[in-house]
Design a protein around this ligand. Structure first.
Ligand code: GTR
Length: 327
């Protein structure tokens, strides 16, 4: 027996040395993402986890449950509020009905460019929006990029706003996006991301709207071959942590989580820029019919009633004015 133990010991040690880093962590935070492994949002939270592990000497790590393993965004948001899931990387869209401040960066054509969005979200307005999560059992940590969202469909190319008339588009579960699509003369169907592919395939909807990397990785381009670069939304992603989880961390750990989240942002932006170009090239190669030149003026003008409906409080009006005044 002794000999056997002696023989086994080095093997056991070798196994330990090869064990994944997560096993060495005192506490592993579970983070949700709808996207697959390798998608920039998933990779960015994994990168944040590495920073956190290094900086806390293994006291805190993060494991990303990608590919909607923990559920669709709206459900995982609830679970994060309850503390069943520790962290969540989601679009701001599914928060619109709950947190009015998130509606502002979700307004169609509010940002002139991705750079404009960065200037706003990296500054005091971004901080105010992150702070608004605290009233909803969540702590807002950072914003990530999601490029610009445009319409795609299975029926015909959209060359002008009038081509949208009567068509059925899936939107994220946000009243603001329902009204946005209605104001463009089309019909909106809010539904979870995971149901979009089959809904287009079976003709329940004509199409949806998203950025290049999501259009690509979801496979929606296989069933909706017409993509029009109208770029109606530049809505950022947000990374949140459950207030329950947060309250269980020491002040130093909270600081480390905040800092690691912020420090993952520049890395995420690099990953995003590369992936966006890669996905666009892949879509062109896949033979998707792309309308690049489109007059956005009628689209922008059609959004006036949407702004009137959603930008009602002094707080939101002031935010919109400050965004428009930001370079
Ligand atoms: C993607 C975003 C996801 C999800 C998805 C959707 O661009 O990264 O978080 O919101 O869009 O349309 O549901």
């Amino acid at each position: 027996m002794k000999r056997l133990a002696a023989l086994l010991a080095p093997a056991a040690l070798a196994t330990l040395a090869l064990a994944p880093a997560a096993l060495a962590c005192d506490r592993t935070l579970r983070s949700s993402d709808t996207h697959p492994e390798g998608y920039p949002t998933v990779a960015a939270v994994q990168y944040m986890g590495k920073l956190l592990e290094e900086r806390t000497g293994g006291a805190l790590c993060i494991e990303v449950f990608h590919s909607a393993q923990l559920g669709e965004e709206k459900d995982t948001i609830e679970q994060t509020q309850f503390g069943v899931i520790d962290m969540n990387r989601v679009s701001l869209g599914p928060f619109n009905n709950m947190i009015p401040e998130t509606q502002v960066p979700s307004l169609p054509y509010i940002f002139r460019s991705v750079e404009h969005m960065h200037h706003v979200m990296d500054g005091p307005i971004g901080d105010e929006i992150l702070a608004a999560f605290a009233d909803h059992d969540l702590i807002g940590l950072a914003f990530y990029d999601a490029g610009a969202r445009s319409f795609y469909n299975s029926q015909h190319p959209i060359q002008a706003m009038s081509d949208l008339k009567g068509m059925k588009f899936r939107v994220m579960q946000s009243d603001l996006f329902v009204d946005m699509v209605d104001a463009l003369g089309a019909n909106a169907t809010p539904m979870p991301y995971g149901e979009v592919y089959s809904s287009i395939q079976t003709g329940v909807i004509d199409g949806a709207e998203n950025n290049w990397p999501s259009y690509d990785s979801s496979g929606h381009f296989e069933v909706a071959r017409h993509y029009t670069l109208d770029q109606h939304l530049i809505v950022p992603e947000v990374l949140v942590i459950s207030k329950k989880t947060w309250d269980g961390l020491s002040a130093e750990e909270q600081e480390a989580v905040r800092a690691a989240a912020k420090d993952s942002v520049p890395h995420m932006r690099e990953l995003w820029a590369a992936r966006e170009a890669e996905s666009e090239a892949k879509m062109r190669e896949a033979g998707v019919e792309i309308v690049t030149e489109i007059d956005k003026t009628p689209f922008i003008e059609a959004m006036v009633p949407v702004y009137e409906k959603y930008v009602t409080s002094d707080k939101l009006k002031d935010m919109v004015t400050r965004i428009q005044a930001t370079e």
